[in-house]
Design a protein around this ligand. Structure first.
Ligand code: ADP
Ligand code: MG
Length: 347
């Protein structure tokens, strides 16, 4: 007797393939937000506004004043593997300058939601509104709209009940969204980033280009007043380490306030976070973590950004060297500010 799920080898139908692929890119509302904000930044937006309802489960809207798309471009953009950013694997090897490159985000999001893209290319007279429902383009019409792009994602996973069921309560999903938008706001102080949950504004940065000012907008006055600058020169493939780290008393009971960028890309790099924390040596209270915004410039050949479909993980060719240099740079910053005792071993 054959068990359920075994038997003849056959090809999955297109809808199933689409939903499996979508699940790798979009895990929860925050992952859709991440992709849409990356697209806005890649389109050279100077202003990006993110609005979510019900933690992102009801609706996610990302509005930008970037390049915009023509009707032809937006029709292409929602298809599978369509991108204006990457031509071939050599582009990736030489270090891609854009945040996106896989050409699958809009396609994936459109497969598991009700998606509306309203866009007007800079310098053109009319906009286009395109709607996708469960992967099918349902309408394309001319509309009047400002230059730039607004993407609205409603009812995420409405057609994937198994995935929808695992979404957490609104406050938890919103906390993930908040972390992502904060990351991009801090990585791009020259972009005015606003986050709203329902009709409440969570934060808004000015876009005037100053990291200290962005930290003030995102984390508030008290934290911003207790940050010191990091400036490490780096060696080998690591060109430099820069950013801001908090006084040892300005902490939280979570690692969520340790933000890392690699070549301008907001990433989860646990090795870098650990190195930042290690620099405080014994100065942190148990289970407390500092605030840090640490940006690494690396030779593109020594870091792989294409490890994971959500592009959050990076792999360093020499992780130990990166750890050592980050730790030294943060340690030096704390020593210079007189915030740690110099008797602790350096490096
Ligand atoms: P990728 O970002 O990897 O190229 P996406 O599916 O996210 O793939 O987007 C596909 C294409 O749609 C992009 O390459 C870009 O040309 C266009 N696009 C998406 N979002 C925007 C936007 N907000 N403004 C302008 N163009 C966009
Ligand atoms: Mg993209």
């Amino acid at each position: 007797d054959e068990r359920e799920g075994e038997g003849e080898i056959r090809r999955l139908d297109d809808a199933t393939v689409r939903q499996i692929a979508a699940g790798e890119v979009v895990e929860r509302p925050a992952s859709a937000v991440k992709e849409l904000v990356e697209n806005a930044i890649d389109a050279d937006a100077s202003r990006v506004t993110v609005t979510v309802d019900d933690g992102g489960k009801g609706a996610i809207t990302v509005r930008d004043d970037g390049r915009g798309m023509t009707e032809r471009e937006v029709r292409e953009a929602v298809k599978e593997h369509t991108t204006s950013k990457l031509r071939d694997i050599d582009d990736l090897e030489s270090g891609i300058g854009t945040l996106g490159f896989r050409g699958e985000a809009l396609y994936a999001i459109g497969g598991v939601s009700r998606l509306t893209v309203r866009t007007r290319k800079q310098g053109t007279a009319t906009g286009t509104e395109l709607t996708v429902e469960g992967g099918e383009v349902t309408d394309v019409s001319p509309v009047g709209c400002p230059e730039g792009t607004t993407v609205e994602v409603r009812d995420l996973f409405y057609n994937v009940p198994a995935r929808r069921k695992y979404l957490k309560q609104d406050s938890t999903e919103f906390a993930h969204v908040n972390r992502v938008v904060t990351g991009y706001a801090l990585a791009n102080p020259d972009v005015a980033v606003t986050l709203e949950h329902g009709d409440r504004e969570t934060f808004a940065t000015t876009g005037q280009g100053d990291l200290q000012a962005a930290v003030l907008s995102v984390y508030g006055r008290e934290v911003a007043a207790n940050m010191v600058p990091v400036e490490g020169s780096g060696e080998g493939p690591l060109g430099g380490v820069s950013g801001l780290v908090s006084h040892p008393e300005t902490t939280r009971a979570s690692r969520d306030y340790l933000t890392v960028f690699v070549n301008g890309r907001y990433v989860t790099a646990s090795a870098v976070r650990e190195a930042v924390v290690a620099a405080y040596d014994t100065q942190l209270a148990p289970d407390r973590y500092p605030f840090a915004v640490v940006s690494l410039d690396l030779d593109p050949g020594s870091v792989d950004v294409n490890v994971h479909p959500r592009k959050m993980e990076v792999r360093f060719s020499d992780e130990d060297a990166v750890r050592r240099q980050v730790r030294t740079a943060v340690r030096d910053a704390l020593l210079d500010a007189g915030l740690v005792r110099s008797s602790a071993p350096r490096g």
